[in-house]
Unconditional design. Structure first.
Length: 419
């Protein structure tokens, strides 16, 4: 047994460099440091408490090398399993222990997961706009940055706001363009912002957007779209069908996440590939979807699905059904969580694509991620471990402030609508 590999110390940091993040630091007796991302957007303090009050006291003194056993101890050993807070807390510990194991072995983490299966991880960026011109400009901007696959979100003419499309209504003043490429959807405020929604208007408008984009950019560019869980099963089927002529790479999060049975209906109606799972947190959420071959891409990131140990199993299970990874990579996954997903993405065979929104400079100054983005591919870097650090002093200068994702109401009568 290696000397000094027991967990000596663990701390949780909740700060706001660029946006709110929850960061776990584990230190072994020998002084090796591992980091984990424990951020759940808009519910940060719950995960911090779950870690500080319940998990960290029981992992002190454990052998940091026994990652699988620690995972089972925290998951199977607890009466209360699953759920986003629990699984994110376990994920943070798992990530930190893999970081330590790779540092102890002096290799980048993907080497421990089987080595590189590719030269880099294909990523997609977020284009959006209030009108076709803004959308085209935003796509071009991302292409110039190197992206080879692009998610397109669009304002809907009759709506004052649409999630994922910043700056609606300000375009005539020319103020939205810069902001649009550095978008943080969780607003720092004591209550959530409220946005309005109209499914009919959305369903009528989206095919026009993708028709215009295909006409402008041709058939080759991989295009993605996210419906943010807002549709009923039959509406989802209609959207998939109406977008078939535009050959989407995927259609994401069509219906509310709880009821996965609806994918049977959707699948019968459309050949548009389907991605789901950014709010899933367990292999059991995917079980029927895999076995019945109802989806094409797994959205879970390492940080929300129980860690590298758990997501690796989900990906291996998906591989049997030719289903690929399509990891969630918004700004609320910290550079630590993003790096963990990238190391796993480098190693697995059934890699698909990663979302890569890019953090702002405040975030990057604190975490100093080593991953690099070139020609549309992200590489996690070759230094030992996850290749991410955490500048505690600098982080502490960015005080945590509550921030919430918006709440969505129907335009016609104010009914709260699905995410
Ligand atoms: O709404 O990360 O695909 N990306 C997304 C994100 C999510 C936020 C939620 O925290 O859907 O913008
Ligand atoms: Co999404």
């Amino acid at each position: 047994m290696a000397i000094g590999m027991n967990i000596a110390k663990a701390d949780v940091f909740v700060h706001s460099p660029g946006r709110n993040f929850v960061t776990l630091k584990i230190v072994t007796e020998s002084g090796l440091v591992g980091y984990g991302d424990a951020t759940v957007n808009g519910r940060e303090l719950s995960v911090a408490s779950y870690l500080r009050d319940h998990l960290l006291p029981i992992i002190i003194g454990r052998d940091a090398q026994n990652i699988e056993d620690t995972w089972q101890y925290l998951y199977r050993g607890s009466y209360w399993r699953r759920g986003p807070i629990t699984m994110t807390a376990i994920a943070a510990i798992d990530m930190a222990l893999w970081d330590i194991k790779a540092k102890a072995a002096n290799v980048p983490l993907y080497q421990l997961l089987g080595g590189a299966s590719r030269v880099g991880c294909l990523a997609y960026g977020h284009a959006s706009g209030s009108d076709f011109k803004e959308i085209f400009d935003s796509i071009r901007y991302h292409q110039e940055k190197g992206y080879r696959a692009i998610r397109v979100q669009a304002a809907v003419p009759s709506l004052n706001s649409v999630y994922g499309v910043p700056g609606i209504g300000k375009s005539s003043k020319g103020k939205s363009a810069g902001k649009r490429h550095d978008y943080e959807p969780a607003q720092r405020s004591s209550k959530p912002v409220e946005e309005e929604w109209d499914t009919r208007a959305y369903l009528n408008h989206m095919p026009k957007v993708f028709e215009a984009v295909r006409n402008e950019f041709g058939p080759e560019l991989p295009l993605l779209h996210d419906a943010h869980h807002r549709l009923t099963p039959i509406e989802a089927a209609r959207l998939g069908k109406s977008l078939e002529p535009y050959d989407l790479f995927w259609l994401e999060d069509l219906t509310p996440a709880e009821n996965t049975d609806v994918f049977r209906l959707i699948r019968q109606h459309t050949t548009t590939p389907i991605a789901v799972g950014e709010v899933f947190n367990s292999i059991f959420d995917y079980k029927a979807l895999f076995e019945e071959q109802l989806i094409d891409y797994v959205r879970s990131p390492v940080s929300h699905a129980g860690g590298i140990t758990a997501l690796r199993k989900i990906f291996d299970y998906a591989a049997i059904y030719q289903i690929k990874s399509g990891v969630h990579g918004p700004t609320d996954v910290s550079p630590i969580g993003h790096a963990a997903s990238l190391h796993l993405g480098m190693a697995i065979h059934n890699y698909g694509i990663s979302e890569y929104m890019q953090h702002n400079s405040e975030t990057n100054d604190v975490f100093e991620p080593e991953y690099t983005f070139k020609d549309g591919l992200i590489h996690p870097g070759t230094s030992a471990g996850l290749g991410v650090s955490y500048n505690e002093k600098l982080a502490a200068s960015f005080e945590y402030k509550p921030a919430y994702l918006p709440v969505n109401r129907l335009k016609i009568d104010g009914t709260v609508h699905d995410w």
